[in-house]
Design a protein around this ligand. Structure first.
Ligand code: NAD
Length: 514
């Protein structure tokens, strides 16, 4: 049996020891979920939304203890636990309460083809059954909470495999959902590492929502392909921020500093590349450096802290490698650029780099740490080319006082979301879909599109003339082909051609009337 520990990344203190769930335990959890799902589905959307309302109420009541736990296990400042985790989850619940009944309702089809006018069609949204969710550590509450709420409201049972770095937060989510009335078998957590996640994919789940790195996402896509398991993949990013010459430099530099350092830079939507028009580059860099130097790095449970620790030594090593590579290739460190061991095991100083070029790892690979690399550009054309010169395509931002120009650029950028004059916060818009293109993933979570991912669509077709044989059934021959050719002219032709077609095709109706 493999064991692991949950650790406070700011102090190294062991919070609890866990055993990884075995393959047999994962399979058993999924089978229990499958058995319980039918009754959950039968409850109907309105009844399931009652549990979401209760969850929202309980989370609001327990926000302080939940925020403290998130901060303790993931390291982030309590203020960020409240805004980027609890607020996001509460608002996702609000979105579902207000919209899910309508969005999950049957949809009437309007038939255009004359040959199908005597039928009525409906699209019915069916839950998959059991949805597996595999989640990362960086937003250990808001990511699984938003995904699980949507899956549950749609009538699925859920088995969640949280990151091995943040199991306690996942257990807190489970306890809130269960207290809100979601049956224990309908929402389950299986604790463990990658092997437990792999066992979940091999189990009888009917869809997987995965959030994590590109490398793991590719392994998961391969495993899922073997059993044609439908998957949503929410993967990494290397989000560009484009600052045009007419941007408000003070506002944009504050955005860059927050967007690069929120959650110690460990956000899929972090500002990982900043491209600034040459005419404002120096002023922008100076403002970023000044604002970065003022940030207070410290434990998440200290109210004055702006930037907490990284989650793990592994993450620090990646940051160090990227910064060392950039320096070796000619980049300049204007502030930061080193660990802060006196604060604890995993602290790294918020870092601003200039003189970065597209061949450096810092602009090509996801750094996932508190580093803001800034480069200059000379034209909109070049800015778009630089933004798109990446294997990733999660989100991007354009900074300008000219909204129309910003929107023109947004259309040319290859990313799941392009924000004009904001960074990162798109994940907090519960109405908006979240997801990427290129290596950043497949499918969407959140909003209408995210809710639709939790269902498959059944087309129910009702024929209104059960006593009538269809004209296109057997009984072919030269006359039939002529008549049907006339039918095509009647439907798709122009002017007199349509009348001629109608006259030609009428006999077919007569001939096939019985
Ligand atoms: P990770 O890929 O290492 O792990 C993610 C999850 O997958 C964990 O629960 C892990 O235990 C599990 N896992 C690992 N190997 C597995 C396997 N072979 N089969 C099944 N499950 C397996 O990612 P991480 O370090 O936890 O998270 C950071 C990454 O997540 C970053 O790349 C970040 O950009 C990305 N991320 C993306 C989004 C998004 O919405 N696009 C959001 C948050 C984080």
């Amino acid at each position: 049996m493999t064991t692991f520990t949950s650790v406070n990344p700011a102090t190294g203190e062991v919070l609890r020891e866990f055993e990884c769930a075995s393959g047999a335990e994962v399979r058993a959890a999924v089978e229990q979920a499958r058995a319980a799902q039918l009754a959950w589905k039968e409850l109907g959307v309105r009844q399931r939304l009652r549990a979401v309302e209760k969850f929202q109420r309980l989370l609001l009541d327990r926000k302080d203890e939940v925020a403290a736990l998130i901060s303790r296990e993931a390291g982030k400042p309590v203020a960020e636990a409240i805004t980027t985790e609890i607020l996001v989850a509460l608002d996702a619940a609000r979105f579902l309460i207000a919209n899910a009944y309508r969005l999950l309702a049957d949809e009437r089809l309007q038939h255009g083809n004359l040959a199908t006018k005597l039928k009525r069609g409906r699209l019915v949204r069916e839950p998959y059954g059991v949805i597996g969710i595999i989640s990362p550590w960086n937003y250990p509450f808001s990511i699984p909470a938003t995904q699980a709420l949507a899956a549950l409201v749609a009538g699925n049972a859920v088995v969640l495999k949280p990151s091995e770095l943040t199991p306690l937060v996942a257990l807190e989510l489970a306890s809130l959902l269960h207290a809100a009335g979601v049956p224990e078998d309908v929402f389950q957590v299986v604790i463990g590492d990658g092997a437990t996640g792999a066992a979940l994919i091999e189990s009888s789940i009917q869809k997987l929502i995965f959030t994590g790195s590109v490398a793991t996402g590719k392994r998961i896509a391969l495993a899922a392909a073997g059993r044609l398991l439908p998957v949503v993949l929410e993967l990494g990013g290397k989000d560009p921020m484009i600052v045009l010459e007419d941007a408000d430099v003070d506002v944009a530099s504050s955005a860059a500093v927050w967007g690069a350092f929120v959650n110690a830079g460990q956000t899929c939507l972090s500002v990982e590349r900043c491209y600034v028009h040459r005419s404002v580059h120096d002023a922008f860099v100076a403002a970023c450096v000044e604002k970065t130097k003022k940030l207070k790095v410290g434990r998440g449970d200290e109210a004055a802290s702006d930037v907490g620790p990284l989650i793990h030594e592994r993450q620090l090593k990646t940051v160090e490698e990227h910064v060392a590579d950039a320096k070796a290739c000619g980049a300049r460190v204007l502030t930061g650029g080193a660990r802060i061991p006196e604060l604890g095991p995993n602290f790294y100083a918020p870092t601003v780099l200039t003189g970065v070029t597209g061949d450096m790892r810092i602009l090509r690979e996801e750094t996932f740490g508190p580093v803001l690399p800034i480069a200059a550009f000379d034209s909109d054309e070049e800015a778009v080319r630089l933004a798109n010169d990446s294997e990733f395509g999660l989100a991007a931002s354009v900074w300008t006082r000219d909204r129309a120009r910003g929107e023109r650029l947004a259309r040319r950028i290859e990313a799941g979301t392009v924000m004009i004059n904001d960074v990162v916060s798109c994940f907090g818009i519960s109405e908006a879909p979240h997801g990427g293109v290129k290596a950043s993933g497949l499918g969407r979570t959140n909003g209408r599109l995210g809710l639709e991912e939790m269902t498959w669509v059944k087309h129910v077709d009702v024929d209104l003339m059960p006593g009538m044989k269809k004209v296109w059934w057997y009984g072919y021959g030269a006359a039939f082909s002529r008549q049907m050719a006339g039918f095509l002219e009647m439907q798709f032709g122009r002017g007199v051609e349509r009348v001629r077609g109608a006259l030609k095709s009428l006999p077919v109706l007569w001939a096939k009337r019985r």
